[in-house]
Design a protein around this ligand. Sequence first.
Ligand code: DX5
Ligand code: ZN
Length: 217
Amino acid sequence: MSIRINPSILSCDFADLRGQLALIADADMAHVDVMDNHFVPNLTFGPPVVERIRAVSPVPIDAHLMIDDADANAPVYAELGCESVTFHAEAAKAPVRLARELRRLGAKASIALKPATPVEPYLDMLGELDQVLIMTVEPGFGGQSFLDVCLPKIRRARQAISASGLDILLQVDGGISLQTIDRAVDAGANSLVAGSAVYGAESPAAAIGALRERAAA
Ligand code: DX5
Ligand code: ZN
């Protein structure tokens, strides 16, 4: 199983987005955290900035939307060309309809679950999804510690995805580093988001390489 590494630009220097994106040309995708100060207690950027990020990024965009009213707001990110759009289950009234809409607009459809949200209620919609994101920190901030309590949920999701035979990525986001990536991969994750572990390193490119190597070991 090939492992994807998607650096989160949340930990990059926002004054130099173009330059910071150029540093992760070896990554699989750029993970772009959109926060609205309502769904999470932090605020980043919205459609106009994401559109420019997409235009200058050397790799496709993995948009992670931590925003309320996903049903109305998530399709905008598919329309502006994000290759993958992740909405939060807790913020969507009609997740199946939303996932279908994202696909109709040409994006990969992905659902995210906060640490306390169970995965079981969403397993019967796997056929509508291209990715499931299990959060291993409370969403909102980079640099937090990986929550081991989420490991059984990652295993459960892996079991269901494998049993379905569908081509669905299992992404883990929060606290991924050289110290924790093994735990996520052993539990079945095949797409890893890393913010501070990549942009906090002296060489983001070397950090991506090291995470890849560790995940493959
Ligand atoms: C947190 C974001 C993450 C964050 C991860 O809410 O969704 O993508 O950037 O940062 P690290 O890897 O530092 O935990
Ligand atoms: Zn994220």
